[in-house]
Design a binder for this molecule. Sequence first.
Ligand SMILES: Cc1cc2nc3c(=O)[nH]c(=O)nc-3n(C[C@H](O)[C@H](O)[C@H](O)COP(=O)(O)OP(=O)(O)OC[C@H]3O[C@@H](n4cnc5c(N)ncnc54)[C@H](O)[C@@H]3O)c2cc1C
Length: 461
Amino acid sequence: MTDQKILVIGSGFAAAANLIHLVEAGIKPSQITIVGPGQLGTGNAYGCDDDDFRLNVRANLMWIWPDRRDDFGNWAKTHIKDDKDAMHRSGMFYRRRDFGRYVASRVDAVLAGADEQDNPIIHYPQIVTNLSRMDQGGWQAECSDGRLIKADLVLLATGNPPPQWPCSIHGEKLQLTELENRLVQNPWDGQWLDHLPAQSRLAIIGGGLTALDAVNALARRDHQGSVFLLAPHGSLPPEQADWVKQAPPSWPEAPRPSKILRQFRGYLPDLPPEDPVWQQAFEELRIDINQQWQALSDLDRRRLMRRLGWLWSRYRYRSAPQTIAAANWLQQTGILEICHARLVAIHLKVAGDDASLRLDLHDAKTGARHLAVDHVINCTGVGHDPLLANLVADGIGLPDAFGQGLRVNHQNEVIDPKGQAIATLLLVGPAMASSLGDVFAASEISLAGMRVAARLANQIF
Ligand SMILES: Cc1cc2nc3c(=O)[nH]c(=O)nc-3n(C[C@H](O)[C@H](O)[C@H](O)COP(=O)(O)OP(=O)(O)OC[C@H]3O[C@@H](n4cnc5c(N)ncnc54)[C@H](O)[C@@H]3O)c2cc1C
């Protein structure tokens, strides 16, 4: 006997969007249990406190329903009264935490409209530490508080695993505890900003959107101490331009990495990537890129990423214009230095009451370089998901082509080591990307949730 029909593991946008689509497809809220920390719908991406962490795309691209793309924008007009900085000529770029509020409001509305008012949804604010298959069928999840939950079907929505340090950290154990606040391993919630003296010297590790969020927040707080941003490419992501998507290009038959590369070279205009026409062409290439990706073997996917990965990561993830403007300003004032460098090691030093951090870098121009700073902010992107890793180690799921997530099929079913789809173990969220392609954005995750809900409503209940 299971406790529940559906167990959703995770509490971010993917879990919320799936819940909405499941209930709209006719599944009763009382048949669903959710396990995950915090307010449902916020997660790592939209659970931040900080006002200066903005959505990296304009409001009409942040949709839950493909036929209601203006829903968030319309909600924002009546519910966000204190964000005059959201407006830009390229569109409205709202605060991430406000999008989290919007998602929570849409969850509430869908649950309020569901038939079964007397049985509200169960949400445990815990972490699932282990998931195992039961002999009699179904799944058993073990939670961080020791609770065991049995369910017929599990939907994995564990999202973006928080960043891990990219290098070794040297220092006595005691010093590590003393310096805990100075080494910010996961900056996504923004709470570290509240403890930062304005004169402190900082190193920001990483040159992507999280690093830019940090820079934007520092600029808005009028930070005075030196900020060294260690960017692997020596530059920051470009800003979102005012592009308008047209028709997708036609792609060659029988995709191969070489053909896809040629298509990119031929289709992108000879203009700077900052130009709206260049971004428009890039966005058009994205429309059907997932079909190309899905047709490639694992080996070809890895080959393609070796050749195209730098361009993709550089220009796929663009920043809100407000954020770039803040970074430019901080650079002009001489506070921000962008270093074309990689972090090699962190050394903690304590002399009396005085604690400091020394960083060993590899600088692309000068070779070995050292920095003395007071705080290090780790903006290196996603780490590894322990629950998904357990499922691989336990022989339940098959690792994807990059060893980051689990392999899934087009119905979001996890594939087992024999290559068989597991009809009762589904995955929706960023970890489906190496199987399905460019599906990280909120809208893509919501689309996957719709597919899953349509199938479950017809097939299981
Ligand atoms: C900092 C950041 C900013 C982003 N900004 C944008 C943006 O502006 N626009 C856009 O379209 N996309 C953005 N994204 C992409 C983002 O991946 C998707 O939009 C989407 O929000 C992902 O939702 P999710 O629920 O899968 O993941 P997450 O937001 O990572 O949430 C996952 C949740 O599951 C919980 N969880 C993890 N493991 C377990 C477990 N074992 N048991 C229980 N709970 C667990 C986590 O604690 C977390 O609450 C951003 C991503 C990040 C990380």
